[in-house]
Design a protein around this ligand. Structure first.
Ligand code: UGA
Length: 430
């Protein structure tokens, strides 16, 4: 394998994973960031992101001299054969992706890029961005390639090193092949295509996943009303290989830093070309309604009103295994509960200390038993494994009410019943 000299601009979640993993594949990687403190910490091997295996890979890369962190993109690109753009593209005005960070990096490095190097868009960017970057660069010797990432938070390193596929798109086929070759050791199916198709793959995949979940949550609601059990229904449909068992778990709605942003961005992109993406709008509406349905379920379980009712919340992050609270369905449900006058105490294994915008409305405590103390009901919102093995008799003794609302169908109803507690799941009969 050919070891390449690679620059990664942006050492956040995607950039750091990309840099550390590419170094582990034998490449020589320089990662840049604008945050001096972050660069100093990463250079000392300190990783602040909760991501299994990442600290180890960073330490290995540093020790082997294959990974380096520098302040500012200019320093990173000087000797690069391939430059990965891994800067944030947050939701901007009207739902479209905000490309300010991408554009400012391009104008910073434009005149510094070595002749013939390849610029790779790894960040999730709207269809057409590769072409726009190419124009901004105004360097005919430099090819721009779209190479979207498909990393899940909490298993990013695993996903990078065991990809379902590699997607690489460019109008310059040799550049696309050079980028695909960086991953050759991984032996994944590779889709070589044009840039707009590669860019659309990313959105189409995330939006499909969101649609699958909204569908499952709707089927869960229907299961409740028709006397069915959604766990059996999803198992039954999941054996159909065209559907698959993965991503069929109902819950309080989907969230996180990607699916909400990308669904809105694709609607916006569709609007811009006069296409009414009804299916995607319904996907988002169903998700919003799911949060309200969960609140209705909690209200009914607590006797019809939440005004002044003390509730304990298990979980605040958008899914288990991460400390990420961005667009968390748990927080959305908490906000709706607060609006109805509920008093909230919460525990989340990934959240410690004050969090602006959260700890001012929800009292966050250090363990699940503290949450249960004196509460009228307990609401599980994030599927942390440790919630399964709580001492439920102890929880029952601390709780004032008798009901546990399990919005992820994560707990064993029999265990709760044996502890004298009532269990309400999603898409299942109480
Ligand atoms: C998502 C995609 O899964 C990745 O493939 C993609 O690379 C990434 O976005 C991205 O664009 O960077 P992530 O945001 O880490 O990854 O989260 P997911 O694991 O997809 O979960 C999204 C939401 O769906 C969470 O709120 C989760 O709790 C919920 N979910 C997931 C369910 O409610 N049920 C399920 O069966 C699965």
């Amino acid at each position: 394998m050919f070891a390449r000299r690679i620059a990664v601009v942006g050492s956040g979640y995607v950039g750091l994973t990309t840099g550390a993993c590419l170094a582990s594949l034998g490449h020589r990687v320089i990662c840049a960031d604008v945050d001096a403190d972050k660069v100093a910490k990463l250079s000392a091997g300190q990783v602040s992101i909760l991501e299994p295996g990442l600290s180890e890979l960073v330490a290995e890369g540093l020790a082997a001299g294959r990974l380096e962190f520098v302040l500012g993109a200019s320093k990173a690109v000087l000797d690069a054969e391939v430059v990965f753009m891994c800067v944030p593209t947050p939701m901007g005005v009207g739902g479209a992706a905000d490309l300010m960070a991408v554009e400012s990096v391009i104008s910073e490095v434009r005149d510094l890029l070595p002749r013939g190097c390849v610029v790779v868009n790894k960040s999730t960017v709207p269809v057409g961005t590769a072409e726009r970057v190419h124009k901004l660069l105004d360097r005919p010797d430099i090819a721009v390639v779209s190479n979207p990432e498909f990393l899940r938070e909490g298993s990013a390193v695993h996903d990078f090193l065991n990809p379902d596929r590699i997607v690489v798109g460019s109008s310059a086929q040799d550049a696309a092949e050079r980028v695909a070759a960086l991953y050759a050791r991984l032996g994944a199916p590779t889709v070589l295509t044009d840039a707009p198709s590669a860019e659309l793959v990313k959105y189409a995949a995330n939006c499909f996943l969101a649609m699958k979940l909204s569908y499952v949550n709707a089927v869960a609601e229907l299961s409740e009303r028709l006397g069915a059990n959604v766990a059996d229904v999803t198992e039954g449909i999941g054996y159909d290989r065209r559907i698959g068992q993965a991503f069929l778990q109902p819950g309080p709605g989907w969230g996180g830093s990607c699916l909400p942003k990308d669904t809105h961005a694709l609607i916006q992109a569709a609007d811009a070309v006069d296409f009414d993406f009804m299916l995607l709008r319904a996907t988002i509406d169903t998700n919003t309604r799911q949060r309200q349905r969960i609140v209705t379920k909690i209200r009914e379980a607590c006797g019809g009103s939440l005004d002044g009712v003390r509730l304990g919340l298990l979980g605040l992050t958008f899914k288990a295994g991460t400390d990420d609270l961005r667009d968390s369905p748990a927080l959305a449900v908490a906000a709706l509960l607060r609006e109805e006058g509920a008093e909230l105490t919460a525990y989340d294994p990934g959240v410690a200390g004050a969090v602006p915008g959260v700890t001012d409305t929800v009292r966050v405590v250090g363990d699940a038993y503290e949450v249960a103390k004196g509460a009228a009901g307990l609401v599980l919102l994030t599927e942390w494994p440790e919630f399964r093995t709580l001492d439920w008799s102890r929880v029952a003794a601390l709780l004032e009410g008798r009901v546990v609302i399990d919005t992820r169908n994560h707990l064993d109803p029999d265990v709760l019943r044996r502890a004298g507690l009532g269990w309400r799941g999603v898409g299942r009969q109480p």
